[in-house]
Design a protein around this ligand. Sequence first.
Ligand code: ADP
Ligand code: MG
Length: 540
Amino acid sequence: MTKDIQPIFIMPEGTQRTTGKTAQRNNIMAAKLVAETVRTTLGPMGMDKMLVDSLGDITVTNDGVTILEEMQVDHPAAKMIIEVAKTQEEEIGDGTTTAVVLAGELLKNAEDLLDKDIHPTIISKGYKLAEEKAIEILNSIAKNVTENDAETLKKVAVTALIGKGAEAAKEILANAAVEAVKKVIEPNGSSFDFNKDNIKIEKKVGASVEETKLIDGIALEKEVVHSSMPKKIESAKIVLLDCAIEIKSTEIDAKIEIRDPAQMQAFLQQEENMLKDMVDKIIASGANIVFCQKGIDDLAQHFLAKQNIMAFRRVKKSDIEALARAINAKIITRISDITEKDLGEAGRVEERKIGDENMTFVTGCKNPKAVTILVRGGTEHVVDEAKRALTDAVGDVAVALKSGKVVAGAGAPEIEVARNLRKFADTLSGREQFAVIAFANAMEIIPRTLAENAGLDPIDMLTELKAAHEKNQVWAGINVFEKKVADAWLNGVVEPLSIKTQAISSASEVSRMILRIDDIIAGGKREDSPMPPQGMPGMY
Ligand code: ADP
Ligand code: MG
């Protein structure tokens, strides 16, 4: 009977479809591969990766998200894992490798449960329970930190820097990070607001990393627009413009017919007067410095220079905004609107040669809400990696202050979470229990990887760690340098609580999402050459 039924195609030709267990296994495999790639970089003894892009540019880094962003990944599940790293980077700014490694391990352990015929929805439910419990456990062991606790904040910064290229200057970089964050955060109820754009991290190749400095103001990659303007002004009164000091050319094509030379002269004179007017408005406001986001006409430059005004043109929008916060000035959109109270003040504005380029420093700002850290380093690769490390340090200090809670690291919190999750599993009945235990086991991938990357025996280390935690040594972690189990808190390995909670929840979320997929439908690629392997279409 069935032989009369015609096959029905509901999807276009070229569509690839994988269903059921095969789909699940494929996805898990892809996710595990991504995790495996970054795993060797975890922790202070993690290895670096050398990334070479299609243009041959080289990046040497052990920053999880940088590696994943540069990798050209095609598999959809692998892309989902990389999204986790990006979310972690955006929300917290650190802990990307942790999140990805954890997601890989959660999926690996889920695979074992699938083998035992436990349904994905049960695993997913158990993982969700475990995730919530894990976050509760972390909150209960976390310690408070405040703005005045310089010592703890510095530990947070140093922890972010260790193992990165810039480690040699960790004291200097950590102090710069803590001071910078303290300057720009703003209290908001019981928490703080922090906008990372308020800390500009500028890099300049040249001196050693130790020469990195916090500037209580803004450093710009700009030079004075006209050679006869001053290069340095004390007691600066600064106007910020986001309009040009130029005569606008008409948008519509207009033709001006000039018949005799006098008319021409009058026309030019009028332009000159208009420019002069603009400059006079600026002078009248009392400003001695102009930062302009747009252009400045040559003639206007000349007028400004004659008045000993220092001017900069085509300043980046983000720099103008940072300047506004640093010197407490208003950004002017129409020159005729400038008044004295729109101006900002700085102790000094100076153009200086840094490396082989000129930069301008706006310093001595009274209560700057935006600051700059000028990162130095011997080579391009060194400054790049120092900047990445410093960005992590700044982010971690800010996140620690925002949530007001920190934990010690070095594998200690993961062991503590695993231990308490197992106790929690005992209180559950039903098959979710297996999933909670699988989740607990997955947490141990972090200390295990830290041990492996430090060349230690992971089994010995985990046994020792677990024994210490059984004796209520909550912060027992791995001292990767002395190669033994030790109190991570006393060793100064301190991290914001939210690195850990965010990493756990995003890893859990993505693993649950991947587990629930049992059908992969991939549309045929249109860019594929329509030419069949045999030759031209229609030739067979
Ligand atoms: P991520 O991208 O996840 O931040 P990292 O390479 O920065 O990856 O490694 C973070 C892990 O290294 C955390 O588990 C942290 O506790 C641990 N860690 C950081 N500093 C130390 C240290 N000095 N000793 C041992 N472990 C450390
Ligand atoms: Mg890190």
